[in-house]
Design a protein around this ligand. Structure first.
Ligand code: HEM
Length: 517
């Protein structure tokens, strides 16, 4: 529809073409008046915005917000969306360790990489910590009540979140579930090594290592959640695994673009929104199929209570809505695949620069293929390498929170409800927190070098919203690294190209060499 001033101007000019007799009332000044009023409105808006901006700059440093765009224009001009981690490093250099961004709607987002402030934010003992939801997921799931009873554990808040967390994560976080899963996880890791061996060229190069680790993530997370092997590690895998992995990537990217790009998807089904919906629906369809297959497979086998798969227990829980049960399995699988795969690629890439540490790991390990929890515990160099990789290159480099109480940060009073990004990753690369912070030095976890702000390493988050997959991931990464090091040493040429896909991820395809000892 044409806007009001537009209608006025248009009718005036059309009329002036026809008019022969002089009008009784002189309307000729109307367009000028309309123009003048429009100008006044625009200037007033700019002035109000500038005053707000000046007020802001007396509170916290940060990039210049523009009317209606906030500071988002930076991500459409100065910075690249897929290099947001570099953008934040640059902004910390320009504005200091605490700065503010402004959303198009005028809200503030405070970014923090300062130790005392980070510890204050992450140590707040909130009972129902509020992690700002991803709006695109929220909007889509709310539009599908027949499929989703809530926006899910990752995006829900308050009492609803607490209810889901209490009923959905008990099994996943329990040490006995992990203990029971260890033999199967050993088998899954062995199958991954067989696949790697099959894909290795004669010089040891594995092209597309990241895609293979994605398949490993899928097989292990589905195995844990559904209690059955689904064949993602077979040499000739069905197209379904590839489709699921692609959909998960598209899902994360669409979330990133919806967050940092123009928010047009809120008003119309843009390409971005449609891409997001397609990825969510693909994931839903495939995971639903996998759940059905897992149920069928299970019907034929004897049920060992200690190993009853997590999703059967979730399915039997009367306190949960059926739609929430299904959504939870989907969310767990989605949350687990990329995170695990990216972390393994980063770990091996960083270790490739430390052949001496690779040998230390190998010397600490027994030669048998099935590894027990005791074998892993007896190899502290494995743990040190994993934690150092999480410090230097975490796949989730910042945590989002809404403050549930007012807080004074770097001398600035922030009201309750302020949106805060806790940049644990950036803080871990600051000299005041770690000695030689840019170097991969696993030894710092065995003989601390000062400074050593260990509490800042939070790859799985903090507090009650912490990742429920932590115990599983820790076990899996330890097993995988140990098994790879038992057999090969890792080499990588050059620097890994890292992208921000809502998570930090290696640019695909990654090629590295697995060389026989
Ligand atoms: C290397 C692998 C992983 C990393 C680095 C990781 C990291 C994270 C982080 C940083 C958070 C946010 C925590 C916070 O806000 O304090 C999170 C939340 C979550 N993660 Fe993970 N994760 C990984 C694997 C997994 C796996 C395997 C699963 C499921 C089996 C999983 C399920 C979840 C869920 C459901 C949440 C939301 C929890 C809530 O809001 O209550 N993650 N993860």
């Amino acid at each position: 529809m044409m806007s009001l001033p537009g209608v006025f101007l248009f009718s005036h000019y059309v009329e002036s073409l026809w008019s022969t007799p002089p009008p009784l009332v002189d309307w000729s000044c109307v367009p000028t008046l309309v123009l003048a009023v429009t100008l006044v409105v625009v200037v007033a808006t700019a002035l109000v915005a500038r005053t707000a901006e000046n007020k802001q700059s007396t509170r916290l440093p940060g990039p210049q917000p523009l009317p209606f765009l906030g500071t988002r224009w930076l991500f459409w001009s100065r910075y690249k969306m897929n290099k947001l981690h570099e953008a934040y490093e640059d902004m910390f250099r320009r504005y200091g360790p605490v700065f503010v961004e402004t959303t198009p709607s005028g809200a503030s987002i405070v970014s923090i990489a300062e130790r005392a402030a980070l510890e204050a934010v992450l140590r707040t003992p909130a009972k129902r910590p509020y992690r700002p939801p991803t709006e695109i997921v929220q909007m889509y799931r709310r539009s599908k009540p027949e499929r989703y009873a809530s926006t899910g554990l990752v995006n829900e808040q308050g009492e609803k979140w607490y209810h889901l967390r209490k009923h959905l994560t008990g099994e996943l976080t329990s040490p006995s579930t992990m203990q029971g899963f260890l033999p199967e996880l050993n088998n899954i890791c062995d199958d991954f090594l067989v696949l790697l061996d099959f894909c290795r060229r004669s010089d040891g190069t594995v092209v597309g290592f990241d895609q293979l680790t994605n398949r490993m993530g899928l097989e292990s997370v589905c195995g844990l959640m559904l209690g059955t092997r689904l064949g993602f590690l077979e040499r000739w895998m069905s197209g379904r695994a590839a489709t699921l992995a692609t959909a998960v990537k598209a899902h994360f990217r669409a979330q990133r673009d919806s967050y940092y790009g123009a928010p047009l998807w809120k008003f119309a089904p843009t390409t971005l929104y449609r891409t997001f919906v397609r990825s969510e629906e693909t994931i839903h369809t495939i995971v639903s199929e996998l759940m059905e297959e897992a149920k069928l497979k299970k019907q034929g086998t004897a049920n060992d209570d200690a190993m009853r798969e997590i999703f059967i227990k979730i399915l039997e829980n009367p306190a949960l809505d059926m739609r929430d049960k299904k959504a939870a399995v989907i969310d767990f699988i989605t949350a687990g695949i990329e995170t695990l795969a990216n972390s393994l690629v980063f770990l091996l890439y960083l270790l490739s620069g430390r052949p001496d540490w690779q040998r230390t790991i190998r010397d600490e390990l027994p030669s048998c293929s099935t590894l027990s929890a005791e074998d892993i515990a007896a190899a502290p160099s494995v743990h040190a390498a994993i934690y150092e990789a999480f410090r230097l290159l975490p796949t989730a480099p910042f945590l989002a929170r809404l403050l549930d109480a007012p807080m004074t940060i770097a001398g600035h009073k922030l009201p309750a409800g302020t949106f805060v990004l806790a940049h644990t990753g950036a803080a871990c690369r600051r000299e005041e927190n770690f000695c030689r912070p840019g170097e991969f030095l696993p030894e710092r976890w065995l003989q601390p070098m000062t400074p050593h702000a260990a509490s800042l390493v939070a790859p799985f988050g903090r507090g009650r919203r912490m990742c429920p997959g932590k115990r599983f991931v820790d076990l899996e990464l330890h097993l995988l690294l140990a098994k790879i090091m038992q057999r090969w040493r890792v080499e990588f040429d050059g620097e890994l190209d890292i992208q921000f896909d809502f998570l930090l991820a290696p640019k695909s395809p990654v090629s590295l060499r697995l060389v026989e000892w």
